[in-house]
Design a protein around this ligand. Structure first.
Ligand SMILES: [Zn+2]
Length: 233
């Protein structure tokens, strides 16, 4: 009864465009096709310490609003559908085998205030869907500035040496590790995280974000093939 009333008062809406949807679906069929399956975010290869990095969606429009919701407005429930998109990206676009999933750590202060780390939520949801454990492998050694207004060079400087290993090095040695985060911009943060993991003996490190920001002055990016066919989200 309460459930029916809730559905009546708050009919389920697509998290990306707000269109009405059936219960238990988070993304409407149109967004699934146009925003998710047709999305071809950049894949960065060897632009940092990681082996490859990519994202599931473009960071714009409804995707941007959804990620803001996850990050700033306590919409922890958005982590699950975003992780589904990331899983699709991992399988169909990154196409690499993974032994372990970890995430970009946040400032302790930020996490205390927010109560959670959105990158960790994404990693944990992703781990549930993949055959790999989620391990908190990294922590911040110092506070960093918010990145949005920084130039690529400043971003690099801002995160330089900002992370260290916080798990047993045996957990990462020889492993193929996926580092999850919410937004991929220059890859500076992922590169720093990858450098720490490689230093500890990780065999391969991949970055996977929920969304990627478009850049005008980027290095040439290798765009991924569209393979929206047999996709099941
Ligand atoms: Zn939609």
């Amino acid at each position: 009864m309460m459930h029916k009333l809730k559905t009546l008062l708050f009919p389920p809406k697509c998290m990306l465009c707000g269109a009405p949807i059936r219960e238990r679906e988070e993304i409407c069929p149109l967004c699934r096709e146009q925003v998710v399956l047709n999305a071809a975010p950049p894949r960065l290869d060897a632009n940092g310490a990681f082996d490859a990095a990519t994202a599931g969606l473009w960071y714009e429009g409804g995707v941007r609003r959804a990620i803001h919701g996850l990050k700033y407005y306590e919409k922890q429930s958005y982590a699950r559908p975003l992780a589904r998109v990331m899983e699709y990206t991992l399988r169909h676009k990154l196409g690499e085998e993974i032994d372990l999933i970890t995430f970009v750590p946040t400032n302790r202060k930020t996490e205390r205030r927010r109560g959670y780390n959105q990158a960790e939520l994404l990693a944990r949801e992703l781990a549930k869907r993949c055959d790999a454990p989620c391990v908190a492998a990294l922590e911040k050694t110092r506070e960093t500035h918010a990145m949005h207004d920084l130039t690529p060079a400043m971003r690099k400087e801002n995160v330089k040496g900002a992370f260290c290993l916080c798990c047993d090095p045996e957990d990462v040695r020889g492993k193929r590790i996926l580092v999850a985060d919410d937004v991929l911009t220059t890859g500076a943060t992922l590169s720093e995280c990858a450098a720490v993991l490689k230093e500890a003996g990780a065999a391969r490190v991949y970055g996977l974000c929920a969304a990627a920001a478009r850049r005008k002055t980027a290095r040439p990016l290798e765009y991924l093939e569209k393979d929206e066919k047999d996709a099941k989200l």
